[in-house]
Design a protein around this ligand. Sequence first.
Ligand code: FAD
Length: 672
Amino acid sequence: TSTFPLPPAPPSSTPSLLLTTHTPTSTYGTIIIGGGHAGCEALSSSSTLTETLCITQNLAQVGELSCNPSIGGIGKGHLVREIDALDGVMGKAADLGCCHFRMLNERKGTAVRGPRGQMDRDLYKSAVQNILKEKENLKFLEGAVEDLIIEETGEGKVIRGVITNTGESILSSNVVVTTGTFLGGTLMCGLERYAGGRHLRDSEQVEPPSNALSQTFRKLNFDIGRLKTGTPPRLNGDTIDYDLLEKQGSDPNPIGFDHVRQFKGLRLPMEKDFITCFKTATNEQTHKLCLEYEHLLPKYDGADGDGMGPRYCPSIYKKVQRFPERNGHNCFLEPEGINTNIVYPNGMSGPYPPEIQQKIINSMYGMEKTEIIVPGYDVEYDFINPISLKHTLETKDIAGLYLAGQICGTTGYEEAAAQGVVAGINAGLRARNDDREFIVGRDEGYIGVLVDDLVTKGVSEPYRMFTSRSEYRLSLRADNADLRLTRKGVEFGVVQDPERVDALEERKKEVERGVSELEKFRLFVSEWNEKGGDKMGGTFSASSKKKSVKKSAHEVLRMPHVTLSDIEEIMEVEDPSFTPVSLNSHDTVEATVKYSAYLHRQEKDMDSWRKSQGLLIPPDIVYDRNNFPTLKEEELQLLKKFRPGTLGDANSIQGITPQGLVYLQQFIRKRG
Ligand code: FAD
C-alpha cells in the first residue's frame, strides 16, 4: 500500500542530457516555460528562428511521457506526422523510442488510418533531449517561473519577461507558457488530496505544482477552469500470467513517423527487439468492486465534485457506470520498454485507494497474482479557456504572451505538441520582427483543426483529436502530411534541413509518376465482376479479354476493394519495364486515385469556402436586435461573446447556424 502523501521531491537525481547554460543578465528572443511535449516543440521551432531559453522545473524530466507509453493513434497519429512535416521533435523521437508499432484502422480507408507507436520511456525521453541538445540557439535553466513581467503601454499590455522562484528577472518580449497539469495541480488517490503537478515516474515522489503562476493568471483575469485526468497503476510484469492472455503483436513492417527516415528507406532502429503486448478484460467481479468502493473515489473541485475528465479516455469507474449492460471492458497490457518488467494497464485508470486498486487488478483474468508497483492517481489542474487566444496562440490581451498544451484544455501528448509548434513558430517570428503569422488552415492540417476549434469554440471538457473533427479528412491523411505542410515550414523558416526538402521534392515526383502510370496503363475488367463488385479471382486481368471491357488502371483502382498492390501485380506481368511505386509513396498514390472524385469536389468546396471565410467582420460591429432583427437570441449572444474576426471564425462557433452566417454576411456586405 502507498504511503501518500509525501513532501515534494527535490529535482530528480537522474542526470539530464541538457546542460544548464543560462547565464544571468542574458536576454532572449523567446522564453518557453515548461519542458513537456508542448514545451519541447515550442523550443525546437522557436530556437530555429531566435535565441530561446527553456525554464523548466526539472531538466531530467524534459520529454517525459507522464501517462501512457505510446505516441499516435487515430487522429493523434495524423498530428504527429504533421509535427514531423514541420521538422518538429515528436516524430523523430517516437521512431527512436519505438518498441512496438501498429497502423490502426489498417483495413479501413487511408484517410482514417492512424500510426501508433509504443514507446520505451527512457529511449523516447533521451531521444527528445538529444534532439534539443543539438539546437544552437537554445539554452536551459532549471527552475520554476512564479510571475510574469507585464508592461502597460499606450497600446495595451505587453510581456517583458518572467520572474523565477529564485527571484531572478529574465527579460524577453515573447513568452510561451506550457505548464501542462501543473497549474494549481492537486493529486488524488482515494480520499487523499495533496499538492503536485504529477508523480515522478514509477515513484511516490511528487513534482511540485505551479501555484504562484496560477495566481498570476488569476490576477490577470484570465478565464480559468478546472479539469482532471488520471493515470492507471503500474504493474510488475513478472507477476502477470501471460500464458493465459491473448497476444498483441507489432505490425510486420512498421513505418513509423519520421518522413526523412522513411524516405531514406531506414527501418525503425529497435525493430529486432520489439516487444509483444497482451490483452485481458474486466469482468463482473471487477465491476462489482468498482461500484462497491465508489464512495472512496476522490471529490473534485470541478463539475460539482465529479471532476471534468477526458470523455474519450474515461476511468474504469466511469465506464462501468456509463455502460451497465456491458460485462467486460478491454485492458491492454503494454510493457513500458525493452529492458523493464513494468507494465501499463491501458484502460484501467481509477484513483481508488491503493488496496482497492490492487483488488480490482487481481479480479481480472491472468492477473490474479499481479502486484501493483505504484498505484494510479488523478490530477486536477487549472486550465485557461483558449477562447482568450488568437489563432497564433498569442493571448488576445497581452502582446507576446503565448499559451500551448494542456494549459489550453487539451488532453494528450500529441495535441500539446501540435500547439507547441504553432506557438513556438509565432513567438520566434515575432522575436525577429517578422509580422507574418503562422496559421495552419482547417483545410491544411489537423493542427489547423485543433487550434481553430480551441480558439473559436473554447473548451469545457478536455479536448482530444479525432479524424471526425475535420471536414476535410479525405485530404488530411497521415500519409501526405509532408505534401501538405513541409513547403509552408520552409517558407516560415522552420524547415531548414536539406534532406527534408529533398525528401519532399522526390516524393512529389514519385506520387505524380505513380498516378500518371495508372492513367496510361489499360487493363481488361470482367463485366460480371465489375457489376458484382468482387475483387480478385477474375475481376480484372490483362489477358481474359472475353466478356471484358478495357479501362485505365486509374479507373479500376477507384473500384471498391481494389488495391494498388492488386493492380501493380498485373502491371508488372504486362510490362517488364514497369517500376512499382516506392513504398513510402504507395499509400499516397492509392489514396490520391481512390478518392480523386471526392477530392476534386472537396477542392472546389474548399475554394469557395476560402473565398467567403476570409470576409472580415468589422471589429466595432454591435451585436444587438437593431442590427440583427432576425438572428436567434442564442446566436446573438455567441457572437457577442466570441467576437469572431472573420466569417470563417463565426462559422467555427458551435451554435452558429448556416442561416445565421447568411444574416451576418448580408449585414457586413450592406455596411460596405
Ligand atoms: P506536461 O507534459 O505536463 O509538461 C509541463 C511542463 O511544465 C513540465 O516539464 C513541468 O515541470 C513544467 N512546469 C510547470 N510549471 C512550471 C513553472 N512554473 N516553471 C517552470 N516549469 C514549469 N494524456 C492523455 O492523453 N490521456 C490521459 O488520460 C492522460 N492522463 C494523465 C494523467 C496524469 C496523472 C498525468 C500527470 C498526465 C496524463 N496525461 C494524459 C498526459 C499529459 O498530461 C499530457 O497530455 C501532456 O503531457 C501535456 O503536455 P504539456 O506539454 O502540455 O504538459
